[in-house]
Design a protein around this ligand. Structure first.
Ligand code: BES
Ligand code: MN
Length: 449
């Protein structure tokens, strides 16, 4: 198999262990930002690195021609932790090529996808041509931890970031070879709760029965969040949600992803969720409440008869259009406080959040995106989907910069993002470059809207 252009540069990008959530990787994150900025410069753009209280933001732009529309291409160079490492067949930061795929943490999410856009632009410059539009790249290092410092950056740099539309490849394709346009994403709101019982760990025989066990109370509280029908039992949680439209419910039934495929990909023995909705509706257009981690008590080998003094849980809520993250966290906190017994002190810490996103796929920019997909996948009609994952800054692009976002993802359903053995098809790198060029061409044509 012939390797796509700039392949070695892509591998170089993947070797940075740019894990944003863990301080031990800070140097790697910064080194990755520095390399990326240099690479954007080499690609023909003017690039800058912007320090933030967290990880740096990298920007780059082409010369601005006032007559041309401006397209902002967003991506992230940070990655999720690779743990647990023993599940990887090859070290996650030493890219391994096998059967036409590159295996490495970040190969799909998001380094492969943002890199293909950078290379698409690089190719346009190198072919001596002018870009059909002005391009601004915005590549951040905190997407996987909620993009906390990006919204203030947008506020502070409105002018430099002013654009007509945002383009992102950080979502999925419904199946290999199927052109996919994502017109909606779920939002997210995170919270951590801490339950304190006795002032220190106790002998569970001497005190158990007379003193509440925070771990038990945590499980009890967590279990009140859902009803038996799979609905979230927090009062007001569903208020204001924009209902699914008939055309989307209809279209998703035939979009090529069914329950059997979902079971195959996930390995779950059976699917489960909110009553009254299909699996795709549940993941793409209905909110959820997930426990992401529980701590408390003894985790070591064997047994320990301890009555732990503390327990905690990490929670996230996926949100849909019509739900406001801060309000959802208010409702959940009220729910938990109202159910926490006096024997326990409850502390609630709010985490990152980002709103849900929805763009009319039939609007002028949506049409341009679909034209670009048709050009790259000749003879195939793009599939229109929403997705369950979140890209927290997308709602802010609309709120702060006033622009819509086009989501044209290149991730395959079995790419293993956030999981072990994450991979990206070698051919998707070039596919992404072609898509970039087709898209910039399609967006250069003025449209009524
Ligand atoms: N690329 C994903 C988001 C995604 C994945 C969208 C698949 C659609 C389909 C992104 O990098 C991501 O994982 N975001 C996090 C954000 C969170 C940590 C704030 C997510 O969704 O968990
Ligand atoms: Mn991700």
């Amino acid at each position: 198999m012939s390797l796509p252009p700039f392949f070695d540069d892509y591998l170089h990008f993947l070797r940075f262990a740019s894990v944003s959530t863990d301080d031990r990787y800070r140097e790697h994150v910064h080194a990755c930002a520095a390399w990326l900025s240099g690479y954007l410069q080499k690609a023909g753009l003017k690039s800058e690195i912007h320090a933030t209280p967290g990880h740096p933001i990298v920007t780059a732009h082409s010369p601005r021609h006032p007559a041309k529309p401006t397209v902002l291409i967003y991506g992230h160079y940070d990655v999720q932790p690779a743990d647990p490492l023993d599940l990887w067949l090859h070290p996650p930061f030493e890219p391994h090529v096998e059967n036409g795929k590159i295996y490495a943490r970040g190969s799909t999410d998001n380094k492969g996808q943002i890199f293909s856009h950078i290379c698409g632009v690089r190719q346009l410059f190198e072919s001596g041509g002018q870009l059909p539009v002005n391009v601004v790249f915005l590549v951040e290092g905190e997407e996987e931890v909620g993009s906390d410092h990006l919204a203030p950056f947008l506020e502070a740099h409105r002018e430099q970031l002013q654009c007509d539309v945002v383009v992102i490849s950080d979502t999925g394709m419904i199946a290999p070879g199927v052109p996919t346009f994502t017109y909606g994403l779920r939002g997210i709101a995170a919270m951590e709760i801490f339950l304190q019982g006795p002032s220190k760990d106790l002998h569970s025989g001497i005190f158990g029965g007379a003193v509440a066990n925070p771990l038990t109370e945590l499980c009890r509280l967590a279990a009140t969040l859902h009803g038996p029908d799979g609905k979230i039992a927090v009062e007001g949680f569903y208020d204001g949600i924009l209902p699914l439209q008939d055309w989307e419910r209809g279209a998703w039934k035939t979009c090529g992803m069914d329950d059997a495929e979902l079971k195959r990909i996930t390995g779950a023995p059976e699917l489960q969720g909110e009553a009254g909705y299909t699996s795709l509706e549940r993941t793409w257009a209905r909110p959820t409440c997930e426990l992401n981690g529980l701590t408390g008590g003894y985790q070591g080998q064997g047994t320990k008869t301890v009555l732990p003094s503390q327990a905690s849980a990490k929670l996230t809520f996926r949100l849909v259009p019509g739900q406001e993250p801060a309000r959802i966290l208010d409702l959940v906190e009220t729910h938990l406080r109202g159910r926490c017994p006096p024997s326990i002190t409850l502390r609630v810490e709010r985490g990152h959040s980002g709103g849900a996103y929805y763009v009319d796929p039939h609007g002028p920019y949506g049409q341009a995106a679909q034209d670009a997909l048709r050009a790259v996948f000749p003879g195939k009609e793009p599939v229109l989907i929403r997705e369950g994952g979140s890209i927290p800054i997308v709602a802010d692009f609309k709120k702060i910069l006033g622009v819509d976002t086009l989501l044209l993802g290149l991730a395959l359903p079995d790419a293993g993002i956030h999981s072990s053995n994450e991979c990206f098809p070698v051919e998707h790198l070039e596919l992404g470059m072609r898509l970039n060029r087709a898209l910039l061409g399609a967006l250069a044509v003025p449209r009524n809207g």
